[in-house]
Design a protein around this ligand. Sequence first.
Ligand code: SF4
Length: 94
Amino acid sequence: MLTWLDNAGCRGLDTELFFPAGPKGPGRRQADEAKSVCKTCPVRRQCASWAFATAQEYGIWGGIDEEERVLASRRRRLSTRPNGPAGKKGTDSV
Ligand code: SF4
């Protein structure tokens, strides 16, 4: 159960704010506004963790947009490789 949502800073706000139309122009301003709400949200960590755990493809969760989640997930995968971020020397196929 997502009981942490009871304390969400975005509770009562228009959910569209957290799903900007794009990364530029009005979408960028919308994203900045959404992230400023998240910045002071008491359940920000739970929200971000949930978004990662459920592989949310769209939207701003925990102050993190989809592009930032993809990059963070990629960094996490690389850092947990047995031979480190670059993989085994000479065999990395990235
Ligand atoms: S972190 Fe942002 S999206 Fe998540 S519950 Fe809080 S205000 Fe809403």
